[in-house]
Design a protein around this ligand. Sequence first.
Ligand SMILES: *Cc1c(COP(=O)(O)O)cnc(C)c1O
Length: 478
Amino acid sequence: MLDSTSFRTYAHQLVDWMADYLESVEQYPVKSPAKPGEILSQLPAFPPTQSESMDQILDDFQSVVMPGITHWQHPQFYAYFQANSSFPSLLAEMLTATLGTQAMIWETSPAAAEMEIRMMDWLKELCDLPRDWAGCIQPGASEATLAAILSARERVSQFQINQHGFQGTDLKLRIYCSEQTHSSIEKAGRIAGIGSEGLAKIPVDGEYAMDPEALERQLIADKESGWIPTCVTACIGTTGSHAIDPLRKIAEICQKHGVWLHVDAAHAGSAAIVPAYREILDGLELADSYVFNPHKWMFTNFDCSAYFVKDPDALVNTFDIQPEYLRTRTQEVSNFKDWGVALGRRFRALKLWFVIRSYGVEGLQSAIRNHIEIAQQVAGWIDEHPEFERLAPTPLNLVSFRYHPQGTDDPAILNELNKRLNHSLNDTGKLYLTHTNLDGAYTLRLSIGQTNVTLQHLESAWALIQAHAKTTMFDLSE
Ligand SMILES: *Cc1c(COP(=O)(O)O)cnc(C)c1O
């Protein structure tokens, strides 16, 4: 077993490993080439009876684990939405892990609770969010959205469902999001007992944003047929195409019909750090809750999702349960266990404090602005190329496009072509991108937000994409 002397030795060694890894991360294939089961087969079926040496464990980490890692901190990681990170964030995570503190109630670490309050204030300043809202850190946007839907459910049922469950009620609750919105809404609806059938998916316009008139028609029709409109989720920056739902219009409709409005800006929300992009949140003050993930595009290690609510009582009354063993003398301060599903909570505010102080507001702004500017340039290259096309607008840093060689217009062939192109690019190990389906078209996505991505990376990615497009076309026509 390790004592503190050998811990010190290995910890120093690991810090060197961490710095070496991040300096040389571009030498690794971005997407792990491991086959299913390949790592599992190298992990013994039974735990070791006797203590094993740390040297052995670290050797195995290199030889068994590393080949099965997809390198999210590789600058050419363009897949999904990035989960970017930074040195100050890593330093804070070391401290958080060392303290091993639980941030569930104020007494279990006053600094964690009060730091969380202050960091939520800082995020409101950074993104110009309504100053009178309150916030807390959730593990992810999925949990934040669940908290919003549960709060909305308790608001319409006047806390009856928390008390009695759905048994004995004939409440038909309905929630709403656009056809393009993230699967986390449907999942939250299922967990909240509203069910998939209680989710109405609202049609989108030509740019994949929610059609507010269609929303209002649905709300009116639902009320007439006995549904209780409970919660609308507007998405700022959908996962498929980064569509931005028209927030102000949606908010006005929700106010008119008395429906909770939750705003999911999990990825795109970081853009509001730059004043020029704050219009994406125009109308937010009319909403009830808001989530964005510093762990996606704000240089803060996963997990760190910032959830804000207009009326913290509505949230706390939904989650508050006071068993005797958690009663303390300090009920007046924020006990964040009452702000969501989890009781035990990591001290996640610390890494926000490190990141925001180390970057400074200007540093964060210039990093985000830079990503958006690079993405706009890439969008321009695609538009200028006769054989590529964008399939959705690029309001921020996600470029949705496909290869469309002249004379090849059969939708099925174009889909096959782009699918093969996607796989052949990822197989190079030089970059990693993922796809979505927009109106039946296999669409390639470049999410440009990794901490260290530069224009040069995109230049080499674009050259590779063009070269592989040609060979994929040639192979397909063979
Ligand atoms: C990533 C994402 C989510 C889910 O976020 P988690 O933090 O992984 O739960 C939800 N909505 C949108 C729009 C996203 O981009």
